[in-house]
Design a protein around this ligand. Structure first.
Ligand SMILES: [Zn+2]
Length: 125
């Protein structure tokens, strides 16, 4: 079940940070589908370790993954989801979005009220 996580950990130990990071992404996405907070926590720890052991692009990617895993844990524990964040990470934009002029969060384009700060759109916006 967590064999991919173990492989990622092994790659990091072997100094293959880029490979470890790619495996860690798979682990996080899979754990998210299963809402497996325990695996997400381990993956977040692993991502932080990858970031510390890396530089440049791998470091940025690992830091992003760690933040993402931690945000996902919060989402699962609070019963909320962040589809806009998902879309950004996965490069998909199935749902059209707009940026709230008040709090700068990304929300659905059809939204009349910002779900983050309560900003109300006028019909023309
Ligand atoms: Zn807002």
């Amino acid at each position: 079940m967590s064999s991919e996580l173990e492989r990622a950990e092994a790659e990091l130990v072997a100094g293959k940070n880029g490979k470890a990071l790619r495996l860690a992404w798979n682990v996080v996405l899979d754990a998210l589908r299963r809402k497996d907070v325990e695996v997400l926590r381990r993956a977040a720890d692993l991502s932080t370790q990858i970031a510390e052991a890396s530089s440049g692009k791998d470091r940025e990617g690992a830091e992003q993954l760690a933040r993402y895993a931690i945000a996902s844990i919060d989402d699962i524990e609070n019963g909320t989801t962040q589809p806009s964040f998902w879309q950004k990470v996965l490069g998909k934009s199935a749902i059209p979005t707009k940026k709230c002029p008040d709090c700068a969060e990304t929300i659905k384009r059809e939204a009349q009220v910002c779900r983050f700060c309560g900003y109300r759109y006028t019909p023309s916006e």
